[in-house]
Design a protein around this ligand. Sequence first.
Ligand code: TRP
Length: 329
Amino acid sequence: IVVSGTRPTGNLHLGNYLGAVQHFVLMQEMYESFFFIADYHSLTTHPNPRDLHANVRTVIVEYLACGLDPEKTTIYLQSALPQIPELYLFLNMHAYKGELERVPTFKDKVRAHPDNVNAGLLTYPTLMAADILIHKGTKVPVGKDQEQHLELTRDFAHRFNQIYQREVFPMSQAFNTGSDPIKIPGLDGSGKMSKSNNLNACIFLRDTPEEILKKFKSATTDTGPTQLNAEKSEPIANLFSLMQHVSTPETIAFFNEAHASMTIRYGDLKKQLAEDMSKFLAPIRERVEVLENDDKYISEVINTGAERARQSAQRTLDEVREVIGFRSF
Ligand code: TRP
């Protein structure tokens, strides 16, 4: 069983697609899967209500545009499952302050926002464990930064099973489709396409060809290769790495050759890359445009997803309540 969540922080970018959503689309064919919007998790940073709602809708629309298919997988909002906060409460009774404080993502957040160290932030990993364990998820497609959370999920699951002497929860594992997780660089020469690093260095799935061209035009480069067969500098290597995902082998070979022979013109490279990127994203952008205006379809998807997810969640919760000792009279 595959379970994964995405926090609603607005438009998805190429890194989100190639690093995650693209794999979700493959997984829905092979496994029973649950893909949800982690809207409770986003409350740790106190979004305003209008933004929250709009961002949730954006992710749903873009998930669907990328090819997640409500006939093949279960797409839902975390906030539509009352079973999740209930399991979160039970898991919190056996989650210790010390182990939660040691989580690197928690420590990072404390450092970045010392004025907002709330209990929801501290217990972020218990809520995430509840998301996964509520469906007895075994495979969790997440990036490297989430490994610690999965380790805690296993600790909580194991602890629960031990305390109640029942094999209620499986051990969940991070799940990446075979090859090494791909790293999608930004356009500013930095390592990773990330909204928190630099918005202008991100290509969003909704960007128009004009916007994409503009972003590539201002992408960071160097002053050109200084010798034959020179190694590529980081910003140039990044542009080539993006090209790997959207351009033809001929195009890639052409620009590699041009770099090696010092005849490369970065302006041409950027124009070609922008064009190939726009072509690559066109089908997604076109579907976004259609879905964006189809309120009826969106609410249908959300409601059927929620219904299916609640059934799965309730089965687990009934077992959990019984095991803990909440039995009917
Ligand atoms: N913590 C994840 C992130 O920041 C989002 C998330 C919440 C999640 N619950 C989850 C991912 C459950 C996988 C499974 O990306």
